[in-house]
Design a protein around this ligand. Structure first.
Ligand code: FCB
Length: 449
């Protein structure tokens, strides 16, 4: 029996990002991105791995679209490589790069698959980083130029364009922690980057609306419930800080609220980057908002001694807790800010080790099933959720981790580049076709200590 509370027209799909799958890093006039530079810097990525070839999707996109069609997916979320389109980030347009996305979109539409494009999934043109990167305001202006080029070319066929993917991760991992490209460790630069990313979003929404008025414009943000490790007031305070930083720093401004004031103050941020009119620009009404959800964070105050280890949690290979209820929670939280704005789960998925036959992935099936149920609970509670994209279509380049952690519903052999659909891919296909079945209680879960 299938229980389908998902509304008519609910979209089931899979997601990817350009640098993680395309390869072909200097084909047909593409310029270098910060991820090309970062991955080629010794010590930055596990085993010195790079996205030079990745899944070679740039050359194999037809095969990949055919796989999606075989699975009956309604939609595909992909990102566009900015330096493929504008090799220097601004100015000269590389028509050959733009042609690739044109062909991809046509191929998707020919198979009845709705394209959902994201303009920025972390691969800033290196030339712009050299000129100051996201901490410099002109990068936001360059982004608007790029958005207009893409929307002008694809907007007749692409009805959903998201500006940014996870600006929190861009600013925090890229400019504060340095674990992602461009690898800077400068907290002030990270705060400036965060603001300019939002300015870039606001300018890009304007640009998309100007050249492609029928295309829905939105943004993709990541969320983690930040739960206090105890009832101690210091833990609660630390959890509030984490909540402000991850869940509110970007959502609040894009929905017309201000940056979380206490936390901005605690960071010592003086708002020097905020120009008159910025907050209004950033708060331009959204046509949709994308929610990326993987796990919750249990937050312990740095002023308290570490807690004794509790019972082992169920975790994925990334060490991320499997916590489906957090998806319902996050969606309800977002709705408190966005109201009727259509929402999509734009990413959710899991990495598990391959054990024997790489197409057998019962843990991933169980993971997805329980998260689909959590999304359904949110729908039953009135959340205007319109679709769900599993991360990821293919095993791919998992940023600083390289290729070790596999998130695909399709297995990729990185020696031969052969693709093979996993059980989780078949499961997603069945859900897209027939609705969500009852959970199979015999599926293994993966507790890890
Ligand atoms: C998200 C990223 C995506 C992928 C998943 C596992 O934060 O948007 O590219 O790496 O995590």
């Amino acid at each position: 029996m299938s229980v389908n509370a998902f509304p008519d027209g609910f979209v089931w799909g899979a997601a990817t990002a350009a640098y993680q799958i395309e390869g072909a890093i200097d084909a047909d006039g593409k310029g270098p991105s910060i991820w090309d530079s970062f991955a080629h810097t010794p010590g930055r990525v596990s085993n010195g791995e790079t996205g030079d070839v990745a899944c070679d999707h740039y050359h194999r996109y037809r095969e990949d679209v055919a796989l999606m069609a075989e699975l009956g997916l309604d939609a595909y979320r992909f990102s566009i490589s900015w330096p493929r389109v504008l090799p220097e980030g601004t100015g000269r347009v590389n028509e050959a790069g733009l042609d690739f996305y044109d062909r991809l979109v046509d191929e998707l539409l020919r198979h009845g698959i709705t394209p959902h494009a994201t303009l920025y999934h972390w691969d800033l043109p290196q030339a712009l980083e050299t000129a100051g990167g996201w901490p410099a305001r002109p990068t936001a202006e360059a982004f608007a130029e790029y958005a207009a080029v893409v929307a002008g070319r694809l907007g007749d066929r692409v009805q959903h364009i998201a500006t940014l993917n996870e600006p929190y991760v861009v600013a925090d991992h890229g400019y504060r922690l340095g674990s992602h490209a461009p690898g800077r460790t400068d907290p002030e630069a990270a705060l400036a980057a965060a603001h300019h990313l939002l300015v870039a979003h606001g300018l890009a929404v304007q640009a998309i609306r100007a050249v492609a008025p029928r295309t829905a414009a939105g943004i993709v943000l990541n969320f983690h419930p930040a739960h206090s490790a105890s009832g101690h007031m210091l833990d609660q305070e630390a959890a509030t800080r984490a909540h402000d930083q991850v869940n509110r720093w970007f959502l609040d401004p894009v929905t017309g609220l201000d940056y979380p004031e206490d936390t901005a103050h605690a960071f010592g941020w003086r708002r020097g980057e905020v120009h008159p009119g910025d907050m209004e620009l950033i708060a331009a009404p959204l046509d949709f908002l994308g929610v990326n959800y993987y796990c919750r964070h249990i937050v312990r105050s740095p002023y308290l001694p570490a807690l004794a280890p509790g019972p082992p949690l169920e975790e994925t290979e990334m060490g991320w807790e499997v916590y489906p209820a957090g998806l319902t929670e996050v969606l309800e939280f977002v709705v408190s800010r966005t109201g009727d704005v259509p929402l999509y789960v734009t990413e959710n998925g899991a990495a598990y080790p391959v054990d024997g036959d790489p197409t057998r992935d019962p843990e991933r099936v169980s993971f997805l099933h329980r998260h689909f149920e959590a999304a359904r609970t949110a729908v039953e509670r009135g959340v205007p959720l319109r679709g769900y994209f599993v991360w990821s279509l293919l095993d791919n380049f998992e940023w600083a981790h390289g290729y070790r952690h596999r998130f695909g519903i399709v297995h990729v052999d990185f020696d031969t580049l052969e693709r093979r659909v996993r059980d989780s891919g078949r499961f997603l296909a069945a859900v897209a076709r027939d609705g969500l079945p009852e959970l199979d209680p015999s599926l293994p879960r993966a507790p890890r200590v």
